[in-house]
Design a protein around this ligand. Sequence first.
Ligand SMILES: NC(=O)c1ccc[n+]([C@@H]2O[C@H](COP(=O)([O-])OP(=O)(O)OC[C@H]3O[C@@H](n4cnc5c(N)ncnc54)[C@H](OP(=O)(O)O)[C@@H]3O)[C@@H](O)[C@H]2O)c1
Length: 291
Amino acid sequence: MSTYAPIDPAMPDRTRRSLLAAAAVAGPAAVMMGATGTATAAAPQTRPARGQVALVTGSSRGIGAATARRLARDGFDVTVNYLRNAGLAADVVRQIEGEGGRAIAVQADVADPAAVARLFDAGEQAFGGVDVVVSNAGIMRLAPLRDLADDDFDRMLAVNVKGSFNVLREAARRVRDGGRIVALSSSITQLRSPTYAAYAASKAAQELFANILAKELAGRMISVNAVAPGLVDTTLFTDGKTPEQIAGFAQRTPHGRLARPEDIADVVSALCGADGGWINGQTVFANGGIV
Ligand SMILES: NC(=O)c1ccc[n+]([C@@H]2O[C@H](COP(=O)([O-])OP(=O)(O)OC[C@H]3O[C@@H](n4cnc5c(N)ncnc54)[C@H](OP(=O)(O)O)[C@@H]3O)[C@@H](O)[C@H]2O)c1
């Protein structure tokens, strides 16, 4: 039985070129190393073999937690990250382990580049590398532009823009060839509702990061995309809103409900799976058709 092995940038040029050529034909997850160490282009897999590793920032709750659980079910070992809620992150790890997966929880503020480097170190030490990075941690502070406080603006930019930059920079340096990188944007970049100006700007950055990083990683078979959810049933969206307001928002989607975090995790999973590799440099609007 062959096991998945990432393309090693240090391998001889000829071997590396033949592996990349195989990947170009068969898709990134289809490059396999046989027991003898020879390269073979396998049929596309629907699920990655054990041995692939994912890191999801902000995965103690909400979309990140659903994504961590989903990627674990897909076969990834997962580094779960949190800022303050150690107990919730430990619950996510326990849920993954309860289903037979492997995960660790690591505290790190994505706004701190040194903490992000330590987060990646911890994942690599536990699981031997990283193949998928989901830059998900984010916060939202809403107010009409003229009223938004400096502290709220600064923290939102520090977490959403600088934080995601810290994560994507580390991902660009460490994700193994054939891997995937996803950054969480928001459909608010298109909806552009009042009170969302600074948050929407911080999310638009994710779409630009993903598109440009996809080009910068050319030749390594790493696909980089942004996923832009609409209204998702997490505290980030529901806090401060009345049940009536939430019901009103739900009616704005043709499906008549808010997204569940799992709806977004399914989309991230599809991008990170064997059949998602040809979507590259895009923003995927996963919003149930909200208008
Ligand atoms: N919910 C929506 O409607 C919606 C729509 C579009 C886009 N999004 C985007 O989707 C992403 C996830 O949103 P969500 O609704 O799942 O949010 P959420 O439920 O509020 O969860 C936020 C997660 O991020 C973590 N976090 C916050 N600040 C952090 C920091 N500085 N460093 C590390 N982790 C941090 C939190 O950790 P702790 O638990 O430790 O605090 C938590 O795990 C965000 O980028 C958001 O902008 C959400």
